[in-house]
Design a protein around this ligand. Structure first.
Ligand SMILES: CC(C)(COP(=O)(O)OP(=O)(O)OC[C@H]1O[C@@H](n2cnc3c(N)ncnc32)[C@H](O)[C@@H]1OP(=O)(O)O)[C@@H](O)C(=O)NCCC(=O)NCCS
Length: 319
């Protein structure tokens, strides 16, 4: 049996990752390969036969307390697992980060998954790792279970929005200067992070057919729900934003119902441009337990009908 020292580790360029390591990179992360060497870093491991067998991808995130290096993906080929490859990759990135003046290392651990035990062992408290509850990734695809919920939510929306002073409209195909201004304005308020198309840490474009804008009584933009295609047959509900003061008006739920109905339950929608969109089979979104109000709603309504509910733990190491 080989051990981790039979493996050769190296810092990789974007080109090396696309040529030899892309089988260790999920489809969702492949578009980010181009950023390796810029904001992303890649470390690879090769076995005794010089075959790529491990890949660690990490990205730099600027924060008020210094730069964080966040491990986005850590994968070892099944034949080479439990030989210390992941452990060595993590040690390497830790030393490199210390030398680069990075202040913290971050790793998200999905709970109750096959990889959870290994990731916990890779981030022991005795080495200084600390943990805190992180986001929850929710995926839905069972239309028979989801539709009754959608109908109930639509009924609530109908009740709540009887005297609605807002209306929903399609999301523009191209970013308008009005929307650009509006996104910028929300960014200056300390109440959350709106979607910022200028921030290149997002790897996606809005799926305009299944995204919506919300306008208030004076026609002003007061919110949006922006979705994007996150994989085959998978629509991610990426950004939901409602201006303060409008949260209790039924508008957030109305946006959600409108998009869910159109994306997953309407067949053969003929759009103005003559495109035919089939229902998208799966939807996913991230819920943050820190946003208590929304998270409680998701716990009560969506957890019972989802097909996957993955809680993530945030692990941090001060360097
Ligand atoms: C998680 C993963 C990267 C671990 O890689 P690895 O090279 O096998 O890990 P290591 O050999 O360095 O093992 C690290 C520790 O975890 C333990 N470990 C590894 N696999 C384990 C398992 N399936 N169950 C329990 N413990 C495990 C090892 O014994 C070791 O503990 P020790 O230091 O106390 O001896 C690998 O299993 C993998 O690629 N899984 C699929 C992809 C994935 O889910 N990645 C994580 C999400 S980003």
């Amino acid at each position: 049996m080989s051990d981790s020292h039979d493996h050769h580790l190296e810092l990789l360029t974007a080109d090396q990752v696309s040529r030899s390591f892309s089988h260790l990179c999920s489809a969702i992360l492949r578009p980010r390969i181009a950023e390796i060497g810029v904001t992303w870093q890649a470390w690879g491991a090769k076995d005794v036969h010089n075959r790529p067998c491990g890949l660690l991808l990490a990205k730099r995130i600027a924060s008020e307390s210094g730069t964080i290096l966040s491990v986005v993906s850590l994968v070892v080929t099944p034949d080479e697992r439990r030989k210390g490859v992941a452990s060595r990759l993590l040690q390497h990135i830790r030393s490199a980060a210390t030398q680069d003046g990075i202040s913290r290392l971050h790793l998200s651990i999905p709970l109750e998954r096959p990889c959870t035990a290994a990731l916990h062992k890779l981030t022991p408290r005795r080495d200084g790792w600390t943990t805190s509850p992180g986001k929850v990734v929710v995926t839905l695809s069972d239309r028979c279970r989801v539709e009754p919920l959608l109908i109930r939510l639509e009924q609530s929306v109908a009740r709540m929005s009887r005297r609605a002073q807002w209306h929903i409209e399609p999301y523009p195909r191209k970013l308008t200067s009005e929307l650009q201004q509006r996104l910028k304005h929300s960014g200056s308020e300390p109440i959350g992070a709106p979607w910022d198309p200028a921030d290149n840490s997002y790897s996606w474009e809005p799926e305009h057919r299944f995204s919506r804008l919300l306008r208030g009584d004076r026609g002003q933009i007061i919110g949006w729900l922006i979705t994007h295609i996150a994989g085959i047959d998978l629509l991610r509900y990426g950004k939901l934003w409602i201006d303060p003061g409008w949260e209790q008006t039924g508008a957030p739920l109305a946006l959600l119902c409108d998009v869910m109905r159109t994306a997953h339950f309407q067949h053969g929608i003929e759009t103005r441009e003559g495109e035919l969109c089939c229902p998208v089979r799966r939807g996913c979104f991230i819920s943050h337990p820190t946003n208590e109000r929304l998270h409680n709603l998701i716990l009560r309504k969506f957890k019972p009908v989802c097909d996957s509910w993955v809680e993530v733990e945030n692990c941090l190491l001060n360097l």
